[in-house]
Each structure stands twice: as structure tokens, then as C-alpha cells.
Design a protein around this ligand. Structure first.
Ligand code: NDP
Ligand code: 2IT
Length: 443
């Protein structure tokens, strides 16, 4: 009832932004009942305030393609909340990008960043520019044009962008190079940089590794381990690649992965050698996952989703709403006992409810994929102190941070021996950000 009332207001204020409504509803369902437990939340409209971004920047991005045509894209930066630290979050370059998607991502980022224990606020940005099929020079010209507007709104103590879908090492490098030229200063205003110019060890791997470390923590609550488990990993980009790598290292068997065209099923399991092929295919050659099936003689399923393959554990690592209610039903029917979200909001609300009702180990992205932004936070620290830590040091810190996030979920989400990670992560993130906002008065 209370949730319905809150959501009516949210929908009225943000018409047509269905992904944003979805992200808010998931948080409000956990937080509204919790707010009754303390009178400091009474009469201050704190959740309304937290669902309104601090500011949104929208700008024109013009560039010239290889054939001399003038192209126009739209650039965005949603600076959602800087109550606990400077704005921080990735840039998404994909045809589907719109304000609803970036607002949902910026909102989730605010809670996620609070969970990392590091001082970072939440933001997200990007463009409806699609790097797929573009030459390196076209991507460069787009990135330089994008930064020519964005640079005036960001800075190492203001807002620190990074990558996301369609924005990897190549794009971050072009963006950082242009920022540096315009400002004439070398500071850590972007994260995910190359290792020779201020990047942190393990940042490339961090989201995927973190998602597996989080799964390991969840399994430990049941006295179980990763070893021997059959896994599905959707996507085949940055997050999927290093989720697969860590799963193989820890003795799991990954039998399927995908891209936006379909999935490949490899019952023998992905090996390190096959993974190297995938990394080269997707990161360097920008190819299609079908080529993996041709190369290694396994089956390719065009236009299908991999959730129909039986598994013990699922790691959705592609995009939002890739697990529908039907997909969740299918996973549960096949005996899936753990879902660790590498992507942001990959499960529809109906799917989340099915996982919660089935009481499987289910981690929402804001908890399980926080390793990426956490290491971005450590990249900022290293840039500030002008030092680089070793891989081992950063990996140890990543494991500690994922443990800590798990502990926060247990603190706020445990009920009768079961851990509701959705409730736990939403409340833990909310407590930290709202405490700061309330301390500032009416802001
Ligand atoms: P990449 O661009 O490296 O890879 C994205 C992958 O997802 C590709 O395989 C892509 O397929 C697939 N994909 C993209 N859109 C769709 C779609 N609409 N339907 C099906 N498949 C799709 O991005 P990342 O790996 O960095 O990001 C993946 C997810 O992880 C996103 O949800 C992102 O927000 C989230 N995330 C990323 C972090 C990071 O550090 N990079 C941190 C935390 C979360 P194709 O090759 O066909 O385009
Ligand atoms: O969704 C995310 O957390 C990211 N894309 C990473 C953001 C970052 O600033 O590293």
C-alpha cells in the first residue's frame, strides 16, 4: 500500500522511465518498511530526495565518420548523489542508451558505491553511440568530441567516470587522453586507465573476480564451495570474461556463454585456452560469439538465451532484464541454487521475487558486482598518492571488500537463518547515504 503510493509519485514525476521505476521500486520495497524502525526518518521525505538526481547533463556530440559524413549523438551524465564522496560511475556507449537507463544505473550506483566502504557518490553517463562496427579512428573521434563537452563537468574531486557496456580500455584511453589535453593536467579523473598511465592492477578483472568472490561468500554460509559446480555466464564482454576466468581457477565448469545474438553451449567446459580465444575475439577483434562455436566444435543457438541450459549457478553478466520471469522459472526448475549478478539489474522484478521465494542464494548486482567500482576507488587512491600497488595487494583488498559487502548484507538481510541479499544491500546502502544527507540538513 505504502509502496504503491510511493511508486505512484515516482512514476508521475518520471513518466515513461520504466527501468528507473523498476530500480526505485526494488529499493523502496526494502527501505520503506525499514524506515519505520527509526523516528529520524519520519517527516523528512528522505527517499523522495534520494530518488531525485543532483543534476543531469545532456549534450550534443558531433563527429565525422570515415566516409566524411557528419554524425550526431547524444551525450549524458547523470550526477545522482554526492553525499558520501565525489560522483563516481561508468559510461555506457550503446544504441539503447536513454535517460531512463542512465537514471536507473546512477541510482543503483549510489547504493553500490556506499556498500564498497569507500567514499564515492553515484553517477552514470554515456551515449547512444554504438562502437560496434566502427573503426578505431571513428571511436577516437567520437570519444574526443564527447569529452570536449564533458571535461568541464568532471574532475578528480568532482566526478570520476569509468567504463561500462561498449566503453572498455580503448574508449577510456581516448577519453582520458582528450581530458588531459583540454585541462593540461595529469590527474585521476577517469578510472580503468591503462597500466602504464595510472591504471590500477586488477581493475580489468575486478568486476568478474568480485562477482565470483561474492558467490564464494554466499556458498560458505551453506558450507559449500565453487569447486565442481556447473555454471552459466551470460555475455562475453569484460565482466563475463573475468567471471569465467575466476570460476575456472576455483574449479567450476562453465558450460555456456553468450552475446546479444545468441549463446554457445560447450558441455565439456571452457578452458583457459578457450577463454583466451574469447578475450581476443571480443576485446581485440570485436567479433561474434558464434565464431567460438565454429572454432571449438560446439553448438550455437542464435536468438536464444542460455538460461535453458541446466546449471548449479548462474552469473548474468550482460545487461538489464536479461532474466525474465520465465527464465527464472526455468533456472529454478533445473536446480540452479545460486545467482550472482555481474550485470546491473539483469533480473526482472518478477524474477527477483521467484528467487527470493525459492530462498536460493541470490545476490543483486549492487552487492555482487561492486568489485569493479571498488577497484576504481582504489585506482583513485593510487593516483592521489602517486603510487601503484601490486596485483597481490589489490586482489587481497578486493577479496576483503567483497567479504565486507557480504557482511553488511547479513547484518541487514538475515531473517530466520536465511539471508535476503536484496533487502540487506538496499538497507545497508540506504543507511550510509541517508545518514550523510540528514546530517547536511534539508538538501
Ligand atoms: P561489455 O561491453 O564488455 O560486454 C557486454 C556484453 O553483454 C557483450 O557480450 C554484449 O554482447 C552483451 N550485451 C550487451 N547488450 C546486450 C543485450 N541487450 N542483450 C544481450 N546481450 C547484450 O560490457 P561489460 O562486461 O563491462 O558490462 C556487462 C554488464 O556488467 C553491464 O550490465 C554493466 O553495467 C555491468 N557492470 C560492469 C562493470 C565494469 O566494470 N565493466 C562493473 C559493474 C557492472 P555484444 O558483444 O553482442 O554486444
Ligand atoms: O556499474 C558499474 O559499477 C561500473 N560500470 C563501474 C563503474 C566505475 O566507476 O568503475
Amino acid at each position: 500500500m505504502e509502496l504503491d503510493h510511493f511508486m505512484k509519485g515516482c512514476i508521475r514525476r518520471n513518466p515513461g522511465q520504466k527501468e528507473f521505476h523498476q530500480a526505485v521500486e526494488e529499493v523502496a520495497a526494502s527501505v520503506l518498511p525499514f524506515m519505520k524502525s527509526d523516528k529520524k526518518y519520519k517527516g523528512v521525505n528522505i527517499l523522495e530526495r534520494m530518488t531525485e538526481p543532483d543534476r543531469i547533463l545532456i549534450f550534443r556530440v558531433c563527429w565525422e565518420d570515415d566516409n566524411g559524413n557528419v554524425r550526431t549523438n547524444r551525450g549524458f551524465r547523470v550526477q545522482f548523489n554526492n553525499a558520501i564522496g565525489p560522483y563516481k560511475g561508468g559510461l555506457r556507449f550503446n544504441r539503447s542508451v536513454n535517460l531512463s537507463i542512465l537514471k536507473f544505473l546512477g541510482f543503483e550506483q549510489t547504493f553500490k558505491n556506499a556498500l564498497t566502504t569507500l567514499p564515492m557518490g553515484g553517477a552514470k553517463g554515456g551515449s547512444n553511440f554504438n562502437p560496434r562496427g566502427k573503426s578505431d579512428r571513428e571511436v577516437m573521434r567520437f570519444c574526443q568530441s564527447f569529452m570536449t563537452e564533458l571535461y568541464r563537468h568532471i574532475g578528480p574531486n568532482i566526478d570520476i567516470p569509468a567504463g561500462d557496456i561498449g566503453c572498455g580500455a580503448r574508449e577510456v584511453s581516448y577519453l582520458f587522453g582528450q581530458y588531459k589535453r583540454l585541462r593540461n593536467e595529469f590527474v585521476g579523473t577517469l578510472t580503468g586507465k591503462g597500466l602504464s598511465f595510472g591504471g590500477s592492477p586488477i581493475r580489468t578483472e575486478a568486476t568478474g573476480y568480485g562477482s565470483v568472490y561474492f558467490a564464494r561468500e554466499m556458498l560458505a554460509t551453506k558450507g559449500e564451495s565453487i569447486e565442481g559446480k556447473t555454471c552459466l555466464v551470460s555475455g562475453s564482454g569484460n565482466v563475463a570474461q573475468f567471471t569465467i576466468q575466476k570460476l575456472i581457477d576455483l574449479g567450476a565448469k562453465v558450460v555456456a556463454l553468450s552475446d546479444s545474438s545468441g549463446y554457445v553451449h560447450d558441455p565439456k567446459g571452457i578452458t583457459h585456452e578457450k577463454l583466451e580465444y574469447i578475450i581476443d575475439l571480443k576485446t581485440n577483434r570485436h567479433g561474434r560469439i558464434k565464431e567460438f562455436a565454429d572454432e571449438f566444435g560446439c553448438t550455437y543457438h542464435p536468438g536464444k538465451k542460455l538460461w535453458e541450459v541446466p546449471c548449479d549457478m548462474a552469473f548474468p553478466s550482460a545487461t538489464q532484464n536479461e532474466i525474465t520471469e520465465e527464465d527464472a522459472q526455468q533456472l529454478l526448475k533445473n536446480g540452479c541454487m545460486l545467482v550472482s549478478e555481474g550485470a546491473n539489474m539483469p533480473t526482472s522484478i518478477a524474477g527477483v521475487h521467484l528467487f527470493q521465494d525459492a530462498k536460493i542464494l541470490y545476490a543483486p548486482g549492487k552487492a555482487s558486482n561492486a568489485g569493479g567500482v571498488a577497484i576504481s576507488g582504489l585506482e583513485m587512491t593510487q593516483n592521489s598518492i602517486r603510487m601503484t600497488w601490486s596485483r597481490e595487494e589489490v586482489d587481497t583488498k578486493l577479496q576483503e571488500i567483497m567479504k565486507n559487502i557480504h557482511a553488511q548484507c547479513v547484518e541487514y538481510g538475515q531473517k530466520k537463518g536465511h539471508i535476503d541479499y536484496v533487502k540487506g544491500s538496499n538497507i545497508a546502502g540506504f543507511v550510509k547515504v541517508s545518514d550523510a544527507m540528514l546530517a547536511y540538513g534539508i538538501v
